[in-house]
Design a protein around this ligand. Structure first.
Ligand code: ADP
Length: 404
């Protein structure tokens, strides 16, 4: 079975085409600047080199048509006919409380995703554009949706409720949802396979540290707490997001600086985090370079980022009454030996022993960076959210075919 995985944004769309018999990527790419007259299509077939085209692509339906044209192209195509794509899987950021797992798209699912537009105004409407665009181009092909929030729906009320008037939860669903669930679920499964133990017997802390950062307590395979909340702003310090702050800062800063709600929202989401403290960049590579060159603000930004992450790891070890393994993933987690070392060197109270040499070795495979004697293992596992979406879609389509 071949599955097309789509991650649709408001003016962009990323795709990967998987052959599920061996989980090989047949082609991948992206369309950027959708709706503008010079949209950019990048297409990379597994058997050839990258193709790049600049042209007018006015909406998501045209973008999907263009992607399908490339997949079937006489020169760089990887399939002969559209009928060779048996299903499409979409990433959807917010599933609210309605979706505890991935589902096949039907009218009721679409209605429910629309109901959730309020909770994820930047993401869910864009995902819906992707779903409708696929429908327009391939009306017979089943589609599935995989939610970033679904993995965290196992959190108990003690973890997901905010200690604020319950009416806000009851009336407006104001609660913690968590994000990056597909990634946390994927690396948890990989970690269990790497450790050779059933996921159901493990206490894991998974750290997805990229531009956005979140940390999850995975107890026996279920998310029991995660650092992002009602929105992806809560929790760890990130590239441009503040993470946890005293909420009273919001009205205070608004009054003092005469900020509007929109401005304060933008300040916390786009102008905070590493960027604000370093005054330089939200990109960890640039922070590390500047730190090494002696830039004091970059050093402080790195130290705060590490300190806040380490505090969450400590909190989640407490939440689960122990931890068997800590997993690092995503851009920074997979690549920054400096961050991992700084975190691990201060977790010796957990019985954690870093293998300094393994930590700095550059490898793309799943690996342990602790000594064999270490009481807590630390693993580096490259995430693969697209593959997880393809797997979830595959599973759902097989189940559906069984039922029919
Ligand atoms: P996103 O959350 O947008 O998917 P990524 O997971 O790709 O982001 O992570 C991007 C982050 O990873 C950036 O801060 C980037 O600097 C960082 N990064 C990538 N490579 C390295 C590296 N070699 N060392 C340190 N940080 C890195």
């Amino acid at each position: 079975m071949n599955i097309l995985v789509i991650n649709a944004g408001s003016s962009s769309l990323k795709f990967q085409l998987y052959a599920m018999n061996n989980e090989a990527v047949l082609a991948k790419g992206r369309v950027e600047r959708i709706g503008m007259d010079s949209a950019i299509l990048t297409y990379e077939p597994s058997n050839g080199s990258e193709v790049r085209e600049v042209q007018e692509i006015l909406d998501h339906t045209a973008a999907i048509r263009k992607v399908l044209d490339m997949i079937l192209h006489s020169d760089y195509g990887v399939l002969k006919s559209l009928s060779e794509i048996q299903a499409v899987g979409h990433r959807v950021v917010h599933g609210g409380e309605s979706f505890t797992g991935s589902v096949v798209v039907d009218d009721a699912v679409k209605r429910e995703i629309r109901q959730l537009f309020d909770l994820a105004p930047l993401h869910n409407p864009a995902h819906m554009l992707g779903i409708v665009a696929v429908e327009a181009n391939m009306p017979e092909v089943p589609q599935a949706v995989v939610f970033d929030t679904a993995f965290h729906q196992t959190m108990p009320p003690v973890a997901y409720l905010y200690p604020i008037p319950m009416v806000l939860y009851k009336k407006h669903k104001i609660r913690r949802y968590g994000f990056h669930g597909t990634s946390h679920m994927y690396v948890s499964e990989r970690a269990a396979a790497y450790l050779g133990k059933p996921l159901a017997e493990l206490k894991l802390i998974t750290c997805h540290i990229g531009n956005g950062c979140s940390c999850t307590a995975v107890l026996h395979g279920r998310s029991v707490d995660t650092s992002m909340g009602m929105t992806p702003l809560e929790g760890l310090m990130m590239g441009t997001r503040s993470g946890d702050i005293d909420p009273a800062i919001v009205p205070y800063a608004m009054a003092k600086e005469e900020l509007t709600l929109g401005e304060v929202n933008s300040m916390l989401n786009k102008h905070s985090g590493l960027l604000a403290i370093s005054g330089l960049s939200s990109d960890m590579r640039e922070i590390l370079e500047a730190s090494e060159a002696g830039d004091r603000n970059a050093q402080l930004a790195f130290e705060m980022y590490e300190y806040r992450l380490r505090k969450y790891i400590g909190a989640y070890a407490a939440a689960m009454n122990g931890v068997d393994a800590i997993v690092f993933t995503a851009g920074v987690g997979e690549n920054s030996a400096a961050l991992r070392a700084a975190v691990c060197r201060n977790l010796t109270y957990l019985g954690l022993e870093l293998n300094e040499e393994a930590n700095v070795r550059r490898e793309s495979a799943d690996r342990a960076i602790t000594t064999p004697e270490s009481r807590v293992q630390v693993l580096v596992i490259p995430t693969n959210e697209e593959l997880m979406i393809a797997r979830e879609t595959h599973k759902l389509i097989l189940q559906q075919n069984d039922v029919v």
